[in-house]
Write a protein that binds this ligand. Structure first.
Ligand SMILES: *[C@@H]1O[C@H](CO)[C@@H](O)[C@H](O)[C@H]1NC(C)=O
Ligand SMILES: *[C@@H]1O[C@H](CO)[C@@H](O)[C@H](O)[C@H]1NC(C)=O
Length: 399
């Protein structure tokens, strides 16, 4: 057998070649590996996807008050109120691109929707964002303290959009609330964008409770309803509008949930969590812990105490559509059963039949059944299985 002979220069060449291969491969590997150099820089982006009057203001506050979160309530409001003759379908890409920019703390996109002389106060419901009441945006509230909207509104009105960007960049989590999505597909580019680590929390609520709550501030919804129903709105009798809007909302819940659960595209796996408002109301700490965990946030003792307090107050709810007051949330969530006429309940059940069955809300067949509060209309959910993130939750001492 011939001996394999390798001379010195071949040897040196091979060693250099191997070295180059290692360097090249590592560079390539680091680029691909999300753990070594997270393209989103470890930032997490959360979209609280919900519908009008479904408890999303409250959940928004649950995130806004967290010391690691930069929160903004409903930036899509600017798009819906700025563009002429819109319909939900036409607006959704503009809304999607707005969210992408804001998730990346780029507020230049807002210029299109704001008056010429703008500052932080031009942003919709800006004082609901604890981050805009804390440094670097405003010296009022230490980051680890709860924010008071009234005081913030009075004292934190001087920062400009650049200040908002700086504030946004200083947080590990950007959370945006949106009630203006009716499908998930338009969000696919955000889920596939390597600079984002997007997680979607889909908040739903019993449509009968939603109708009761919408009726308390019906005027607030006239413009949005027209956009939801598109050109059909004008030809629909006024009494029918709310049922048709509810039908659209219920259909969108089915569309979104089925898309995310039945056959999710690979980039959606593990990035969607459905939450029922009623479950949050019954077990606030447990459910909110679950949402924090999904978003990679830790519960703090202070937040746990605040959550307990605002979900166990005495009042019956406020007429102001956006205010969160201390009230007995469990009681409020059942209020429709004594106040909505049964014929209305029947209509809502008809237009929302599919959604109610999918989401686990039992229908009532008579007025008697409706009013008997000992009959539980919430179908228990399977315990939520979630395994791709390590459990990070620190359980609060108080529950
Ligand atoms: C917020 O501050 C205002 C003004 O000082 C005060 O009246 C109100 O009670 C405070 N709200 C809360 C929830 O602490
Ligand atoms: C911010 O803008 C609002 C509305 O244009 C204005 O009333 C307010 O004075 C401005 N605040 C400061 C500190 O410039």
């Amino acid at each position: 057998m011939p001996r394999c002979r390798v001379n010195l220069s071949t040897m040196i060449f091979l060693v250099i070649l191997q070295g180059a291969a290692v360097v090249l491969f590592c560079g390539w590997y680091v680029q691909l590996s999300p753990c070594d150099s997270a393209p989103s820089n470890g930032k997490v982006h959360v979209l609280l996807l919900s519908s009008w009057r479904s408890g999303s203001s409250f959940l928004g506050q649950v995130f806004s008050q967290h010391p690691s979160v930069f929160y903004l309530m409903e930036p899509a409001w600017h798009v819906w109120t700025s563009l002429q003759k819109p319909s939900a379908r036409v607006l959704r890409m503009a809304v999607r691109d707005l969210l992408r920019s804001i998730f990346q703390c780029d507020f230049s996109v807002m210029e299109a929707y704001l008056p010429e002389n703008h500052n932080v106060t031009s942003l919709f419901m800006w004082s609901h964002s604890r981050a805009l009441c804390s440094l670097p945006a405003c010296p009022l509230t230490p980051r680890n303290q709860l924010s008071n909207q009234t005081l913030c509104f009075q004292k934190c009105d001087s920062t400009d959009l650049q200040g908002v960007e700086t504030a946004c960049s200083s947080y590990s989590h950007v959370v945006l609330k949106g009630v203006r999505f009716f499908e998930l597909e338009s969000l696919y580019p955000l889920l596939q964008d390597p600079s984002l680590d997007l997680r979607i929390i889909h908040l739903v609520r019993d449509p009968r409770a939603v109708v009761r709550s919408r009726e308390e501030s019906a005027k607030a919804f006239v413009n949005d309803d027209a956009i939801v129903l598109e050109h059909r709105a004008r030809s629909i009798p006024a009494v029918e509008v709310q049922y048709q809007v509810m039908q659209e909302i219920c259909r969108s819940h089915v569309r979104i949930n089925e898309r995310a659960v039945l056959k999710p595209p690979p980039f959606l796996k593990g990035r969607y969590k459905m939450v029922r408002y009623e479950d949050v109301v019954r077990n606030p700490l447990e459910e909110i812990n679950g949402m924090y965990e999904f978003a990679g946030l830790k519960m703090t003792t202070q937040l746990a105490e605040w959550i307990y307090k605002v979900t166990h107050g005495k009042g019956k709810g406020s007429a102001n559509a956006f205010q969160i007051t201390s009230r007995n949330a469990a009681h409020v969530s059942q209020a429709w059963r004594s106040t909505l006429p049964h014929n209305k309940v029947k209509r809502i059940q008809e237009v929302c039949k599919g959604a109610m069955s999918l989401l686990g809300y039992r229908t009532v067949n008579s007025e008697k059944e409706q009013k008997r509060l000992d009959i539980d209309l919430l179908v228990p959910r399977e315990p939520y299985q979630f395994s791709w993130l390590p459990a990070k939750t620190e359980h609060p001492s108080k529950s």
